[in-house]
Unconditional design. Structure first.
Length: 90
């Protein structure tokens, strides 16, 4: 017999309060970061950026996202393959 909230022996797809609060906190943190970026950009005044500056900025953002994703992937790969487990010493 399936427990309450389970369908066919699997847990329901309901989000817990912790997941919702954590997601809300992260979204608020991201909004705060964007707000800080806009305020800082406007505080700098009339700054002229060439096309090369925009290209460098875009490459920096894309490179950072790929590097972060790659490092997270490596952490999961290492954990799944057992590389994080301690080795038995003879």
């Amino acid at each position: 017999m399936a427990a309450k909230g389970e369908v066919g022996g699997q847990r329901g797809k309901r989000l817990s309060l912790g997941v919702l609060l954590g997601s809300g906190f992260l979204l608020a943190l991201a909004a705060l970061a964007v707000w800080g970026l806009v305020v800082t950009w406007n505080f700098a005044g009339d700054v002229k950026i060439s096309i090369h500056g925009y290209i460098a900025m875009a490459l920096g953002v894309v490179g950072t996202i790929f590097m972060a994703g790659g490092l997270i992937w490596l952490a999961y790969y290492s954990a799944r393959k057992g590389y994080d487990q301690p080795h038995d010493e003879p």
